[in-house]
Design a protein around this ligand. Sequence first.
Ligand SMILES: [Fe+2]
Length: 281
Amino acid sequence: MRKKTKIILMSDIHYRCGNYFGRFSEEIAELLCEDLAAEYKKEPYDVLLLLGDYSLDHWGWYTKGTYINEGISNAKLFVEHYLNRIVPDGVSVRMIAGNHEQYGERLWHELTGQQRRDHLVIGDILFVLTDTFGADLDPTEHSDGTYCGANVTDIMELMARYPEKKVILCAHWFDINTESQEFCELLRKDERIICLFCGHNHKSGIANTGEKNGNKPILYTGHYSYSGEPNNIRCLPGYRVLEIDKDGLLSKYVVRPHTYKIDNVKFSNEYTEQDILELKF
Ligand SMILES: [Fe+2]
């Protein structure tokens, strides 16, 4: 493994789905590109892991999902307009689907060139990106997706294929309370699993799978749209940096300085690193 590997994880971009923090959609997408360019300039990242909800292509509320209504996939448009800009040469990218992208595997690949679930090996770590909303796909009715839990067979098969690797599990969302016995047992019994990353709640933070489920840290990837925190300014648009070397990992949620607005109140935030986790191997 190279001295240090730098990975960016982000989720819940919801491109062209609203005005967030007083910014129009195209503006906020520009800020996202600027932020990642600044992050890359500070120190190049090697991998970009996008954990779902680039859109409201499928949505059960208000104006409903754009794909069933108008045949518009904002996930596809996000890829076309922005993906190249945030994936410099030499950077690996994985882009799994969220609950607002309920496309079957074939259509997801057609629209984005990506896979609903995926994996990659980075140095001594196997990253498994599991599809916890992989049920009731290609719907004809509007909904917010069906949570089906982590694909344990898939995860175990990959872990068996890479028996020497430590494992990090990623998904759009992990709802530990409704997860299968098999998944909870895997978390509890397998020490190779270091931690989990997910989005969906639009929060930055660190939780824990609990005593019965192996006490593994779950790191939330925040959002680049609207905050899921009651206190909006505690979780501004940002992304998670994960740095790994042979001794351990460090992860932090990064918010870069911008001017935003909440309810007509304009404010500027400073560069912030928050919800930091350091783990020794
Ligand atoms: Fe979501």
